[in-house]
Design a protein around this ligand. Structure first.
Ligand code: SF4
Length: 268
């Protein structure tokens, strides 16, 4: 009988990083993988290099056979969205499935005990998915404790207002996150803008946000409005939650929990 493989997927995010560290000594023959779209922020690649050092083992980078631009062309410039998430399937899920092949695999996923997240998980019959944080009752505070006590700290994106790992142009980000991307990584914002088009025949807009092109966020007045609404929302959330979980202070930095459900492969 062939040996069961143990695989922990990393996204460059805090939960999957904490899970990798949590499992390091529990499953010594764990394989660590990262599905690389090639469109992550450089800081994510740098953080993953740090994770490798803390794990004391290599992370295998899985690359899709064809990149984002190839598939965008196939989809007729139809940008992915929460309702049409072709990018996750083709750039993350398929490379992962190709990597495991027909082997019996246990896949470790970092959904926390305080989450009800669902998302794209492979349904291959030879794959069993387990959720150690759920099983062991590890919640948001527990994840933060693992990152803090290990010494690795948080992924850098959390320090400047982004809530997710994943592609820098990910449509799951809020308007506030787009504004912060413009401020912190203007070149990546400009690159994301180049993907937005108008179909000359129909006038249909292909934009990352549902209701406006990214260019709109270059207006200082719009930026101020987006920030104002963001901070008002944060205050409201703090008052409702008693300043628990949605905004926490970690290492002197306010860390905001994502306001939407990203995907399990990209955003853990
Ligand atoms: S990070 Fe966002 S844009 Fe990138 S593959 Fe995942 S869902 Fe798609």
């Amino acid at each position: 009988m062939s040996k069961i493989r143990h695989i922990c997927g990393l996204s460059g995010g805090k939960d999957s990083t904490a899970l990798a560290l949590y499992m390091r000594d529990r499953v010594p023959d764990m394989e660590y993988v990262f599905c690389d779209t090639g469109r992550e922020l450089q800081e994510t690649y740098d953080y993953l290099a740090l994770v490798e050092a803390f794990l004391g083992t290599r992370i295998t980078y899985l690359n899709p056979k064809q990149d984002f631009d190839h598939w965008l062309d196939v989809f007729g410039n139809y940008l992915p969205s929460p309702k049409a998430r072709w990018c996750t399937k083709l750039l993350k899920l398929k490379p992962f499935e190709a990597y495991i092949g027909d082997d019996e695999v246990i896949s470790y996923v970092g959904i926390r005990a305080d989450e009800n997240r669902t998302g794209l998980i492979s349904s291959k019959p030879n794959l069993t998915t387990v959720f150690p944080f759920k099983e062991d009752g590890i919640d948001y505070d527990g994840v933060m404790r693992i990152l803090e006590e290990s010494g690795i700290g948080m992924p850098p994106y959390l320090s400047w207002g982004r809530t997710h790992s994943g592609c820098f142009f990910c449509f799951f980000q809020s308007k506030y996150e787009w504004v912060r991307l413009l401020e912190v990584y203007p070149d990546q914002f400009a690159e994301a803008e180049k993907y937005e088009t108008i179909d000359p025949a129909t006038g249909t807009l292909f934009t990352w946000m549902e209701d406006m092109p990214l260019e709109t966020l270059r207006d200082p007045g719009v930026q101020a409005d987006v920030k104002q609404k963001h901070f008002v929302r944060q205050e409201w959330l703090k008052s409702r939650k008693g300043n628990k979980r949605l905004v926490e202070t970690f290492g002197g930095i306010e860390v905001e929990e994502p306001s939407n459900n990203g995907c399990l492969i990209c955003h853990l």
